[in-house]
Design a protein around this ligand. Structure first.
Ligand code: NAD
Ligand code: G6P
Ligand code: MN
Length: 441
């Protein structure tokens, strides 16, 4: 098995330590020659990197090299894989994305509705630069992107790099949901084969099978109806906000029993409830700053001070393992099935061919080979068409510097609907995002 050279773009991310633990856990599936971190913030990255060094020394002694840099050439030259996890504007801007819509009585969420639009318009430029830089120094590297909002980023990268067949956008939410299905069924996530369609953060499991071909969908639905639904992945299992979100699946399944919903549909199907339950001074960004970020930074400082992993609370989560198994399937042509984001091209036969859709695909060394979904029902199609138009209008707005396109996008988003509200939210977001967004006309 060829050993891979990996660069993690956004080395200072709160997910990096978890990713390192997953790389260790998965080393038999995805053996590494070297790991490099790249970040635009030397300081943010160094804190994490120093801790990663301690972990790798203890648990990955056969790794030939680990280093971190803010130099693009050093970071990208000769890489086989780039995992991209950047956040333009940081968690401080995430907080504004969540608070500004809420002030207007609208859902304030990182990737959905106005917050997702704001984050998307910040991410696109940086993501295009990152891909250009990687391609300059590593023309053949696989670029696995999970930078959010993945739907909008994927659409922009599709337009910017139409010929590039080695960029793959991925989300961990379907996998995190499958971890909970596996728990219900008393199985491992890797034993399950999903049938799924949608857009990113906007889709449904139509069926779940095991590897022997047994259909387990009704077992899962019955269990959720009787006992509710909870997060099980280590990263979110004890998080009150994620527990609430998973519980909402029971309501969604009660109202729309045909398919098992992605948790993110709650923002589009119950925008009123989602807005009402928020505390504007403690939105998700604040919870992450006081929660995951604080925890990861403290853990890193302790590891660096002690120079050992002994006694450290280090966990493997599905986020890292999923990305790594995706990478392994591409690298070694194992053609395992994963839910990924790809251009539709007829997969969902009654959706536009240029839509970036989220569907299961066999991942080969020649890229994702998605399975046909066929025609989807009117309800799901109607919802998806509105959301797709929103995503595409946001990207149009970016390329055309168009205020009108962004106003149209927000007006047709299910979390907004009312045109005067859309305008008021947009005007506040423009002010808050000065220097991050393109100039609008
Ligand atoms: P974070 O702010 O902690 O980490 C992001 C890092 O990226 C920071 O260290 C920052 O300095 C760095 N960065 C910012 N712009 C950069 C650039 N242009 N080039 C290189 N580095 C840059 O954020 P986080 O909460 O850890 O999340 C990281 C990203 O992963 C976010 O985009 C988040 O939405 C995404 N994410 C996606 C999924 C998914 O399902 N697709 C799951 C988890 C996280
Ligand atoms: C899920 C989604 C990601 C998102 C994350 C946010 O994993 O799939 O796209 O980044 O949740 O989680 P947080 O705990 O930061 O709100
Ligand atoms: Mn996601």
């Amino acid at each position: 098995m060829k050993k891979q050279r990996l660069v993690v773009v956004g080395g200072g991310s709160t997910y990096t330590i978890g990713m390192i633990m997953s790389l260790i856990e998965e080393k038999a599936h995805f053996p590494l020659k070297s790991i490099t971190f790249y970040d635009t913030s030397a300081e943010r990255q160094e804190k994490i990197a120093k801790a990663a060094e301690v972990i790798l020394k203890d648990k990955y002694p056969e790794l030939e090299s680990f280093h971190y840099t803010t130099d693009k050439e050093e970071a990208f030259t000769n890489m086989d894989f780039a995992f991209v996890q950047i956040r333009t504007g940081g968690l401080a801007m995430r907080e504004k994305d969540e608070q500004i819509p809420l002030r207007h009585g609208v859902v304030g969420q990182e990737t959905c509705g106005p917050g997702g639009m704001a984050y998307g318009l910040r991410s696109i430029g940086d993501m295009i630069e990152v891909v250009n830089d990687i391609r300059h120094y590593a023309p053949d590297a696989w670029i696995l992107n999970y930078t959010n909002p993945a739907a909008i980023v994927a659409e922009a990268l599709r337009r910017e790099f139409p010929e590039d067949t080695k960029i793959l956008n991925i989300c961990d939410m379907p996998a995190a949901i499958m971890v909970s299905y596996a728990k219900i069924l008393g199985k491992e996530i890797w034993d399950l084969v999903p049938e799924y369609f949608g857009l990113n953060h906007f889709g449904w499991f139509t069926d779940i099978f095991d590897k022997e071909g047994n259909r387990l969908t009704d077992d899962i639905k019955n269990a959720i109806t009787k006992e509710g639904f909870l997060p099980e992945d280590s990263e979110i299992v004890n998080d009150p906000s994620w527990i609430k979100t998973f519980k909402q699946v029971e309501t969604m399944l009660h109202d729309f029993p045909d398919y098992l919903p992605n948790t993110y549909l709650q923002y589009y199907l119950y925008p009123g409830d989602m807005t009402a339950k928020e505390d504007i001074s403690n939105t998700r960004a604040r919870q992450v700053i006081n929660g995951r970020e604080k925890r990861v930074h403290e853990l890193s400082d302790t590891l660096t001070a002690n120079q050992t992993t002994e006694g450290a609370d280090l966990e493997v989560d599905i986020h890292g393992c999923y990305m790594i198994r995706v990478a392994a399937s591409l690298a070694y042509n194992t053609r395992d099935t994963f839910i990924v984001i790809v251009e539709n091209n007829g997969i969902i036969s009654n959706m536009p061919s240029d839509a970036m859709v989220e569907v299961p695909a066999a991942l080969s060394s020649d890229g994702p080979k998605p399975f046909a979904v066929g025609e989807i029902p009117r309800f799901n199609k109607g919802l998806m068409e509105g959301q797709l138009a929103f995503e595409q209008l946001v990207v149009d707005g970016y390329y055309e510097n168009s205020y009108n396109k962004l106003l149209q996008a927000l007006t047709l988003n299910r979390t907004v609907v009312d045109a005067p509200t859309a305008r008021a939210v947009l005007d506040d977001l423009i002010e808050a995002n000065e220097g991050y967004w393109p100039e609008l006309r």
